[in-house]
Design a protein around this ligand. Structure first.
Ligand SMILES: Cc1cc2nc3c(=O)[nH]c(=O)nc-3n(C[C@H](O)[C@H](O)[C@H](O)COP(=O)(O)OP(=O)(O)OC[C@H]3O[C@@H](n4cnc5c(N)ncnc54)[C@H](O)[C@@H]3O)c2cc1C
Length: 707
């Protein structure tokens, strides 16, 4: 699926409750969130928050058992069933659903680089650009031009006036004004009356160029303005218009009544991007939502070989346009009302839609994307082959990588040292996570073992457990896992010397690493009065637990932030600490901070005096820390609790036992180096190391939490 538009989200919602054997779904979206157009004007005039108008696509995918890939499709080769992405490897599909919306139509308008012109489509871009618009408008009385005379321009004008209250003057400029045929006369009269009352001006004319401080109309008239908003209808982006998919006269992808491309029966297209042959309707979110209802059925029918159902577009539909505070204008056939109850109705409909995509904490949805089974001939996996992946998948990958063409089983590693560091680690794939990101995370997770012994990685061996699957899915996982791993191994200049892959219901990656070291670091070298630092914050265990429990305490932005920390490596931090002659380095792994720190204290015959505060947390909301625990928490707690002195009232106490995936390094730095170390760390990594406390003479408890 490309794009988390109003229709594709319906398919994902259906997947939350309906299982289809052998189906693996991938959503590729430029954004983590989908913006619901119906509530966007309400967001502009601050009735709703960004979260209230957004669908968290990662979470939707998690509940649907789908994989979420955040990237932009830049080319579609439908003849080869292949999608090229901006940053990540290409993806092959069997069936495609395109719901990528549209962009503002710029045909016939010359837009200068210096212009302050903002596109209103895609609607997510308008939402993103709002803070920039705020900046332009903040300091002075501003003249805004809205280019386009449709109903969206009026709704936008009303909501902007409510957002900025005063100090702006809005002019709507259109080739024609309010000529949507579904709007009745009374509605048009209402719209004119309201905009007159609000001081909104109208100009009938065609804008042909947009410069920094003015617009030029076709009749030569110059219109001065501080910024303009392009509300001039829709067109599709070049990557899609350049595809082989057949277009209609206006350049949109032509689809039949089943919402399938008219020249490719493996491609569904919905929403603004498509036009139904012989059934043209104006582009709207309403139409995309209605198409979603049919799309979700047709995708299932198509995959199960049943007859598809037809989408029958309505000729007219309900319009509800927010006007003043708590007022909306309703238009339906010949009916027109402007009243508070219309706003209430609008709110009820919009919230009803968006709430379908919010999930309740604690409810067990079937999260099943790793329960892939071959739907065709094979009744069960006999596992007699040791669940090996197919030779084709392996050879294709190795050939494309130009490595190990003769499929040798082992590699010779030349070293100039007699001692090698060696470690092994394994982590399981989190449902819905991009396998490329997971490749990065598993490399870094394993790398911590080498770094904490004072070494650097030389060679790695990878064993990957791919989901039970074949062909495109198997290829997809192998390529994404391996390329993710490779993107990190390149930074270490380490070589992938051997590998193994097999199929499993619990996909994941095992990495064995070999490293060399100049000076080995062991746990008994802690020194009294040395400072204890963490190279990055903690919290991956309970935060992932909260996210996968659909907790409302964790937003989509919080999840993105968590993934960013999970993808941050520790090698720079290790290098800096070595330069400062750090005696102790250890990584905080699945056993948690308390376990690792108490091990060091025990071996070094010292105690640690530490302080816990918000700096130590990836997510500063302590409510999440108090309410959620990862599965490994209890074991960590019971094995370390007796070594620790901490007040029962300390609200950070749970973080001591939280298991970490690719956690931070724990570093000791001599006190005299504090200022220089912190300066260097900040300069090289762009954030501060976290000062936890210091080593003290041995006390009754190994770790004493003060404060
Ligand atoms: C100011 C304004 C107000 C509006 N109000 C309403 C209203 O009240 N009611 C209504 O019915 N309509 C409204 N509309 C129209 C509505 O915004 C669109 O018709 C609707 O958003 C189209 O939905 P869609 O599902 O086709 O695509 P979208 O909702 O635009 O979703 C497409 C998604 O695909 C993603 N995408 C695009 N290209 C790629 C790519 N190459 N790779 C990966 N992802 C990609 C985009 O980021 C986006 O998330 C309004 C429009 C405007 C401008």
């Amino acid at each position: 699926m490309i794009g988390g538009g109003h229709a594709n989200v319906h398919v994902l919602k259906k997947l939350c409750t309906s299982r289809l054997k052998g189906l693996h779904t991938i959503l590729i979206s430029e954004h983590f969130e989908a913006t619901y157009s119906g509530m966007t004007p309400g967001y502009i005039h601050r009735d709703f928050s960004k979260e209230e108008i957004s669908i968290d696509l990662q979470r939707l995918c998690f509940n649907a058992g789908a994989t979420f890939i955040r990237d932009k499709v830049v080319r579609i080769e439908n003849n080869n069933q292949k999608l090229e992405l901006q940053n990540l490897p290409s993806i092959h599909y069997d069936l495609l659903s395109i719901n990528t919306g549209s962009i503002s139509n710029t045909k016939g308008i010359k837009i200068e680089n210096s212009s302050r012109c903002f596109y209103v489509k895609p609607i997510s871009l308008l939402v993103k650009n709002l803070s920039e618009i705020d900046q332009i408008i903040k300091n002075k009385e501003s003249k805004i031009a809205i280019i386009g005379g449709g109903i969206a321009s009026y709704e936008l004008a009303f909501s902007l006036l409510r957002r900025y209250k005063r100090g702006i003057e809005i002019t709507i400029i259109g080739k024609n004004i309010l000529n949507e045929k579904n709007l009745n006369k009374k509605t048009k009269k209402y719209l004119k009356k309201i905009s007159n009352y609000l001081g909104i001006k109208e100009i009938l004319g065609e804008v042909v160029s947009i410069s920094e401080t003015y617009l030029t109309l076709k009749n030569g008239v110059i219109f001065e303005c501080d910024l303009s908003l392009l509300c001039s209808g829709a067109e599709i982006e070049t990557w899609l218009s350049k595809s082989n998919l057949k277009k209609d006269k206006k350049g949109f992808i032509a689809v039949n009544d089943y919402l399938l491309s008219t020249n490719d029966k493996n491609v569904f297209v919905t929403g603004d991007a498509c036009s139904i042959e012989n059934n043209f309707r104006p582009k709207s979110g309403v139409m995309a939502v209605r198409q979603g209802e049919v799309l979700k059925e047709n995708i299932f029918f198509k995959l199960t070989g049943k007859s598809l159902v037809k989408f029958r577009p309505q000729k007219n539909w309900l319009y509800l346009i927010g006007t003043y505070e708590n007022y909306a204008l309703l238009n339906y056939f010949f009916l027109s009302f402007h009243a508070p109850w219309c706003w209430k109705l609008k709110e009820w409909i919009d919230k009803g839609f968006i709430n379908k995509f919010k999930f309740s904490s604690g409810k067990d949805m079937p999260k099943k994307n790793f329960e892939l089974e071959r739907s065709k001939d094979i009744k069960m996996y006999c596992q007699g082959c040791g669940s090996k992946v197919s030779k084709n998948t392996l050879v294709n990958y190795l050939n494309a990588e130009n490595s190990n063409p003769e499929l040798s089983d082992a590699s010779i590693i030349g070293t100039n040292t007699s001692s090698l560091l060696q470690s092994i680690d394994h982590i399981k794939l989190f449902t819905s996570l991009n396998p490329f990101d997971f490749g990065i995370i598993s490399y870094l997770h394993s790398q911590n073992d080498i770094l904490s012994s004072g070494g650097s990685v030389q060679t790695i061996s990878v064993s990957q457990a791919l989901p039970f699957s074949e062909g495109k899915i198997e290829n997809f996982y192998m390529e994404y896992f391996m390329k993710g791993i490779k993107s990190e191994s390149i930074k270490d200049d380490s070589v992938i010397v051997s590998g193994h892959s097999y199929q499993s219901k619990e996909p994941g990656i095992t990495i064995t690493m070999n490293g060399v070291f100049e000076k080995q670091i062991s746990k008994n070298q802690g020194l009294e009065n040395d400072l204890i630092y963490l190279s990055k914050p903690l919290g991956t265990g309970y935060l992932l637990a909260a996210y996968f429990d659909n907790s409302k305490l964790l937003s989509s932005i919080d999840f993105q932030n968590l993934i960013e920390w999970l993808k941050k490596g520790n090698s720079k931090a290790s290098e800096i600490s070595k330069n400062f002659k750090s005696n102790i380095t250890t990584d905080i792994s699945g056993f948690g901070l308390a376990s690792h720190l108490s091990d060091i204290c025990k071996s070094s015959k010292l105690s640690a005096e530490i302080k816990l505060n918000k700096d130590i947390l990836i997510n500063k909301n302590t409510e999440i820390l108090i309410n959620f625990k990862s599965t490994g928490f209890e074991n960590n707690y019971s094995s370390s609790v007796n070594d620790i002195s901490i007040s029962d009232k300390n609200k950070f106490k749970n973080i001591l036992y939280d298991p970490q995936t690719n956690g931070p390094l724990l570093l000791s730095i001599h006190k005299k180096d504090q200022v220089e170390f912190e300066k260097k760390f900040q300069l090289e990594l762009g954030f501060n190391p976290i000062l936890l406390g210091e080593f003290k003479k041995s006390k009754r408890k190994l770790i004493n939490v003060i404060g």
